[in-house]
Structure formats: structure tokens, C-alpha cells
Design a protein around this ligand. Structure first.
Ligand SMILES: [Fe+2]
Ligand SMILES: [Fe+2]
Length: 359
């Protein structure tokens, strides 16, 4: 099956800018394309949405400087700074590896994951800056400006960690880039919020939570807690902006958003990491993929990725009808009323111990 048949809605979004959905692999070259957002000037400088201004105030008072993190912390890649992935444990290919090789695989795997966080953060940086221009009201523009700076810090902090502490770098996965490109070229601002703040960032929070719960390295733990606190606010920005907007939408317009959400979820469920980490270890990615396909932990983790997205789709009123059926097929509908905030809170404050698998 080709990308167009699998992702017809997102393919249509990309085609308008001469792009297309590509399946599998990574993106290594610089990417240039025209985006189509509409810029809006608003002359109304008063406070129209007190909740949005409150969020903006919180954003300003929560600023932190990535350069102030304790970068002199010694990160020993020979020590177990990340727990090994529980999904590997029973596989023959994994048991045949030496202790040192298992350790190296864990580092490579997590480096690949963290590098794709960096690429996702760049996507968020671009999307947030576009929203400053495209959003219609001043309260939202101000908030989007604060998010733009948050994302700049995230890019800086994650890429510095990968470079200085992990000493390696991985390219962006094609799946993630397909979605980031669709969000970037799209002219309608609500699609940018839906795709970035609610899907990419909702999913990132779930992935960050898993990684944090499996990390034993203090510098990275500190970095992740700061990033998670910002990300929770970004998702709240998406919910707040879209809640009322979608309430007034007709069925055809609503269905278009639902199709986009569904395709974006399928794209992102596929892969956060590429096969490259395994290839660098001399392992056959097909064999590893088969381990994942059979693993209960992986199934559980893939579902858990949706623990932010599904309740938020419910909050903005997109969940009924067609999308509800698709989420039921994906076996994630039970997250509809899931309260992910409490788990997130305890992770930010360092009191959580859960340890699901990350893929
Ligand atoms: Fe971010
Ligand atoms: Fe963010």
C-alpha cells in the first residue's frame, strides 16, 4: 500500500504544497517548502479570554534557562542510566548479547528516541511561531509567542544532551516528518493546533513520561521534568483554543478534522524510533520488529501513548461518531475519561514509579 492510500487526508494536505506522504525510513537532507498560513493582525489588545491570559502568565513565570542546568554532571554511558526495555527480555537475539552489548543497545535506542524528541521539538518551534501569526486574537498570539520560546529551550536542551552526554545523533523518522510537514504547510490554524498541541505534544508527553520513569540519570531527569511542565501547558493551550471553536462547526468540517486526527494517530503509533539503532548494533531490524509485534508490553505502551490524546479529543468535542469508531478499533477508546493529569503531576514532582515500555 502506498502513502496516499493509507493516509488520504494528510496526503491531500501535503499535495497542496507539492509534498507527499512517504512510508518508512528517515529524513536526512534539509527540507524546504512553501507554507500557506494566513496572517492576521488584531487591533483588540484588551483581555478577551481570561483563561488564556492566565495560562500566558503561568508561562512567563515558569521560564527557565537551559544553560543553567548542571551540564557538568558526569554521565557514565557504561552505567545503567536507562532501564533496559522489558519488551526485549524474552527474545533470543537479546539473550545472546553480552552485558556490554545490551548496555550499548539501550544507550543507542534511547539516543534515537531522544534525537527524535529534538526533531519533534523543532516541529513544535515552527508550528508555535506560525500560530503567533495565524491565530486571530491577541490573547492566543501572546500565548503562542511564549510557547515558541519554550520550544526553543527544548530544542537547545535535548540536542545539547544528545551531543554532549550521549555523543551520538540520529535523523528524523519519516513518519514524524510527514506529520510535521502537513502541520507546517496547512493554512487553517486549528489544524496546526490539533496536529501539534494535541497529537504530537500529547503523544510526546506520554513518551516523555515513560522515558522519565525508566531513567536514572539526574541531569536528564531534571531536564525532562522542566520540559514536561511546559508541555502540559502547551496541551492545555490546544484544548482551550479548540474547545469553543469546534462547538460551532458543521458536520462536514468536523469530519475533516476527525479524519486528520485518525491518520495522524496511525502515523505516530507506527514509530517514534527508526530501525537505525538496531542496524548500528548489527541486529536485523525485521527480527527485532517481530519481537515487538508479539510483545504485550509494546501493545500496552502503544495504547498508553493515547492516554493524553483520547481524553483531549473528548474535551474539544471531536470524539463522537466516526472518530469514536476508529478509536474503538484501535482499542484506545477506554482512555476517554482517563485522568492523565495526576500521573503527569507526580512525574514532574518526582514521586511516580510506573515503568511501561517505550517504542
Ligand atoms: Fe516542547
Ligand atoms: Fe511543546
Amino acid at each position: 500500500m502506498n502513502g496516499e492510500a493509507m493516509y488520504p487526508y494528510i496526503s491531500g494536505m501535503l499535495q497542496r504544497s507539492g509534498g507527499k506522504v512517504r512510508l518508512g525510513g528517515t529524513v536526512k537532507e534539509q527540507q524546504r517548502f512553501h507554507s500557506q498560513e494566513t496572517s492576521i493582525y488584531s487591533w483588540d489588545y484588551g483581555i478577551d479570554t481570561p483563561q488564556m491570559r492566565k495560562l500566558y502568565e503561568r508561562a512567563k513565570s515558569s521560564q527557565w534557562n537551559a544553560a543553567d542546568l548542571p551540564w557538568d554532571t558526569d554521565v557514565d554511558l557504561e552505567a545503567e542510566i536507562f532501564e533496559m526495555d522489558p519488551a526485549w527480555a524474552q527474545a533470543d537475539w537479546f539473550r545472546r548479547l553480552s552485558k556490554k552489548e545490551k548496555q550499548r543497545l539501550t544507550i543507542q535506542y534511547n539516543t534515537n528516541l531522544i534525537c527524535n524528541f529534538v526533531h519533534g521539538e523543532q516541529g513544535a518551534l515552527v508550528a508555535a511561531s506560525q500560530l503567533v501569526s495565524a491565530l486571530p486574537d491577541m490573547d492566543s498570539k501572546l500565548y503562542a509567542a511564549s510557547q515558541t520560546f519554550d520550544e526553543a529551550r527544548h530544542v537547545e536542551a535535548f540536542s545539547r544532551y544528545a551531543d554532549e552526554k550521549l555523543g551520538d545523533f540520529y535523523p528524523c523518522t519519516q513518519n514524524l516528518f510527514n506529520l510535521m510537514q502537513a502541520i507546517t504547510v496547512e493554512s487553517r490554524w486549528d489544524f496546526k493546533l490539533l496536529g501539534m498541541q494535541l497529537i504530537v505534544e500529547g503523544l510526546a508527553i506520554s513518551a516523555f513520561m515513560t522515558l522519565l520513569s525508566r531513567c536514572r540519570e539526574p541531569l536528564f531527569q531534571q531536564l525532562m521534568r522542566l520540559v514536561l511542565r511546559d508541555e502540559a501547558r502547551h496541551v492545555a493551550f490546544g484544548v482551550l483554543s479548540l474547545r469553543d471553536f469546534y462547538g460551532e462547526m458543521n458536520e462536514k468540517e468536523r469530519r475533516e478534522r476527525q479524519e486528520f486526527v485518525y491518520e495522524a494517530c496511525v502515523l505516530m503509533r507506527g514509530r517514534l524510533v527508526s530501525a537505525e539503532a538496531y542496524e548500528r548494533m548489527g541486529l536485523d531490524p525485521q527480527v527485532v520488529r517481530e519481537t515487538f509485534r508479539q510483545s504485550d508490553e509494546v501493545r500496552e505502551f502503544r495504547q498508553l501513548l493515547f492516554s493524553q490524546i483520547v481524553p483531549n479529543m473528548n474535551k474539544i468535542g471531536l470524539l463522537g461518531g466516526w472518530l469514536e469508531e476508529r478509536f474503538a478499533e484501535m482499542d484506545v477508546l477506554h482512555f476517554r475519561d482517563y485522568d492523565a493529569d495526576a500521573v503527569l503531576d507526580s512525574l514532574i514532582h518526582g514521586t511516580h514509579a510506573a515503568s511501561p515500555s517505550a517504542h
